[in-house]
Design a protein around this ligand. Structure first.
Ligand code: PSZ
Length: 499
């Protein structure tokens, strides 16, 4: 009954929205009429400006305890459902940013609520184990039904961690250990054991990870040495002299700049090889290359599948591990479970890190990257079995509701609409790009970008920025064509009235 009511409300809302169309563009497609997520709200509902009075009050309160300058507004998660985030002032917004890309199947998904209500799952939520030493009986089984059921090709091993930074940090360590064992063999000397404790070689070898300009791999000290997105992430923190290669800066539309973009990618790949050679000459070995399939925080920078295939070849040629950071791209939003699956690699990645939509952090790796002794890759929790339990359910929902194909489909609706807006407002929107729902566009500058985000929020749409002038879309996997059309209608009005 409730679902019928919601469906009727949604149908009404869609009708209203199609009447709102100013330019005669009918964004509402046939697919929009099929409503299968009955826990989702039927559209944004705004009561105050955002942040509203209650949010502002709470901001004051929290400000007494910590710096709140990054806080946008306070949320009511009990009321948030599906694609909609509700704030403490009762504003309901279509959330296209989903907690920095980390809500896989929408807020308060009924399947997850049901899972948590089952008495047999209670213990998993109450008793958090130190997994590396005292795992629960069903741990291997749980990993099989959750993470291993979506393991990328060739990566049979998995270690869970708590967040994305922690995953990259430990993946780097696994790579360094692998590299050292390859160079030296397994016979560790007394000198190595003594020198490593005081941060000196040979125990602490001068190894490096090669990363790309514009990348983001986390904020912990090791990861931060491979993060080059914004100064605010790095200022005042000591770092390591590790090589940084340029990442291609592609020109759009891609079909008009085929040759230029190929040359740009070749230039970057050449630089990668030069850096590996140069660093080896100064006795600093590049043990691994770390790369995001789409540079996210750095501005949604894409490169071609061919670029990544060639990069993989370079890593192999020089004996470097190839680490793909899928913390933001992983989990299905690009239309494949892992974004790097689009590349069609012959030889898989060596290591792949994940977090965000995967509910738990961690990394998959090839068998040769298994630590050769206990306590080498280790910490107290090593993730959380409660998250594996939820991930198993999320994966079931993704399969049952065909959400990878949905991401492709809804992403197409979004991208097509954005291209149309770009054609109509070229002074405001450029470089429209995307894979699945992982879409973005550029605005003329930082000020315009921020203004557009604020206006959209007050009209009931939460968007995120990235890079110095881009707006990115990171909706949940239950973002459907009709949500794309709803957004496009609202945004089309915003652009028409933008001053
Ligand atoms: O400002 C921040 O700290 C943000 S805003 C978005 C992120 C971090 N993303 C996290 C992230 C990522 O996108 C990639 C590709 N790799 C690693 C990380 C780090 O993950 P967390 O934040 O879980 O440590």
């Amino acid at each position: 009954m409730a679902s019928m009511l919601l469906s009727r409300q949604l149908a009404r809302c869609l009708q209203q929205n199609s009447r709102l169309l100013v330019f005669g563009h009918r964004y509402i497609s046939q697919a929009a009429a099929k409503i299968d997520v009955d826990f989702d709200y039927d559209g944004p509902l705004m009561k105050t400006e955002v942040p509203g009075p209650r949010s502002r009050e709470l901001l004051k309160q929290l400000n007494g305890i910590q710096n709140v300058e990054a806080v946008h507004f306070f949320c009511n998660y009990e009321e948030s459902r599906g694609n909609y985030l509700v704030d403490v002032d009762g504003n309901r917004m279509l959330d296209l940013y989903s907690q920095i890309s980390s809500i896989p199947i929408g807020y308060s998904h009924p399947s997850l609520i049901k899972l948590l209500q089952q008495p047999q799952n209670l213990s998993t939520f109450i008793n958090r184990p130190a997994l590396g030493i005292l795992p629960p009986e069903n741990f291997a089984e749980r990993l099989k039904e959750s993470l291993l059921s979506v393991a990328p090709k060739g990566l049979s091993q998995v270690i869970t961690m708590s967040c994305g930074s922690c995953s990259n940090e430990n993946a780097f360590k696994a790579i360094f250990i692998w590299y050292r064992n390859k160079e030296r063999g397994h016979n560790v000397t007394k000198e190595e054991l003594e020198s490593c404790v005081i941060n000196q070689p040979p125990g602490c070898p001068d190894y490096a990870m090669l990363s790309f300009m514009g990348s983001f791999h986390g904020r912990t000290l090791g990861c931060l040495a491979t993060t080059h997105s914004k100064a605010i992430h790095k200022l005042d923190i000591p770092s390591l002299d590790w090589p940084i290669a340029p990442f291609p800066r592609l020109k759009y539309p891609l079909e008009d700049f085929v040759k230029e973009n190929q040359q740009e990618e070749a230039r970057c790949l050449e630089e990668v090889e030069d850096l590996i050679v140069k660093y080896r000459k100064k006795k600093k070995s590049v043990a691994g290359i770390v790369v995001e399939p789409i540079q996210s925080e750095g501005g949604d920078n894409h490169a071609s599948d061919d670029f990544f295939r060639k990069l993989r070849d370079i890593a192999r040629k020089h004996g470097c591990a190839f680490l793909v950071d899928e913390v933001q791209t992983g989990g299905g939003c690009t239309g494949k479970f892992w974004a790097h699956e689009h590349w069609g690699l012959d030889d898989p990645a060596d290591v792949l890190t994940f977090s965000k939509k995967m509910m738990t952090g961690g990394f998959f790796h090839k068998e040769e990257f298994r630590p050769n002794a206990p306590y080498r890759i280790f910490n107290t929790w090593l993730g959380d079995p409660a998250k594996n339990l939820m991930l198993a359910e999320v994966i079931k929902v993704i399969k049952r509701e065909d959400l990878l194909n949905n991401a492709t489909h809804a992403g197409k609706a979004l991208l097509t609409g954005l291209l149309d807006l770009q054609a109509r407002y070229p002074h405001l929107i450029s470089r429209v790009r995307g894979r699945g729902t992982f879409c973005s566009f550029d605005t003329p500058n930082d000020a315009t970008r921020n203004k557009l985000i604020t206006i959209a929020r007050n009209k009931g749409v939460v968007l995120g920025g990235c890079g110095d002038r881009s707006i990115r879309f990171r909706p949940t996997l239950i973002f459907k064509d009709h949500h794309a059309h709803l957004f496009l209608n609202i945004f089309s009005d915003i652009l028409a009235n933008f001053k």
